[in-house]
Design a protein around this ligand. Structure first.
Ligand code: DX5
Ligand code: ZN
Length: 224
């Protein structure tokens, strides 16, 4: 599999035509569907849940990458697994028992991810590297699409890249390093150089539908 993955955030899609939007971004060359779940409690916004995941599941073979911005986390995990999620990530601050939640996700047949807000310290990684399939670095504060990339995230990405490479060199499983928030055509190269391999983009993609009605040009521009 490619180590440069584009993950459109459907938060910025046209929700009245969501199935079509999902098909169109994947047809345009994107790799993963990023699915933002907000609960108006952990973050000050309210979005979509398992029924919407279930509705888009038959529209694509691409992995659905569920980003939970909800607290508490555990009760919703089996529901997303049943709804067809491939990857489920959560914020460590939102779970009382991080190790347990990671096991719960894998026990439900999904890949597991941990998400770091701009001010969340990386020590949450210390004892759970074996249980992770993905690490998601927020380069904005979670809650809304269309915010500006916080440059400090590059330092964090570089730090995590070293941890993942050390882990893999010791025989550990591969772990995706994903970045989310303010990713655009003009900064994605620098983010890749810092060590990310999976790039969430919401407004950059869905705000750039081409004259032909497709997202081909913007996805190709992000790939560079
Ligand atoms: C923010 C979400 C992001 C968001 C990204 O809380 O997690 O996935 O949709 O949107 P852009 O790419 O517009 O910053
Ligand atoms: Zn997200």
């Amino acid at each position: 599999t490619s180590t440069f993955r584009i993950a459109p955030s459907i938060l910025s899609a046209d929700f009245a035509r969501l199935g079509e939007e999902v098909e169109n971004v994947i047809a345009a060359g994107a790799d993963v569907i990023h699915f933002d779940v907000m609960d108006n409690h952990y973050v000050p916004n309210l979005t979509i849940g398992p029924v919407v995941c279930e509705a888009i599941r038959p529209r694509t073979k691409a992995p659905i990458d569920v980003h939970l911005m909800v607290k508490p986390v555990d009760a919703i995990v089996p529901m997303f697994a049943k709804a067809g999620a491939d990857i489920i990530s959560f914020h460590p601050e939102a779970s009382e028992h991080i190790d347990r939640t990671l096991s719960l996700i894998r026990d439900n047949g999904c890949k597991a991810g941990l998400v770091f807000n701009p001010a969340t310290p990386l020590h949450y990684l210390d004892h759970v590297m074996d249980k992770l399939d993905l690490i998601l670095v927020m380069s904005v504060n979670p809650g809304f699409g269309g915010q500006k990339f916080i440059g400090e995230a590059l330092v964090k990405i570089a730090d995590i890249r070293q941890r993942i490479d050390r882990h893999v060199a010791r025989g550990g499983q591969p772990i995706w390093l994903e970045v989310d928030g303010g990713v655009k055509v003009d900064n994605i190269r620098a983010i890749a150089e810092a060590g990310a391999d999976t790039f969430v983009a919401g407004s950059a993609i869905f705000g750039a539908r081409g004259a032909d009605g497709s997202y081909r040009d913007v996805v190709a521009a992000l790939r560079g």
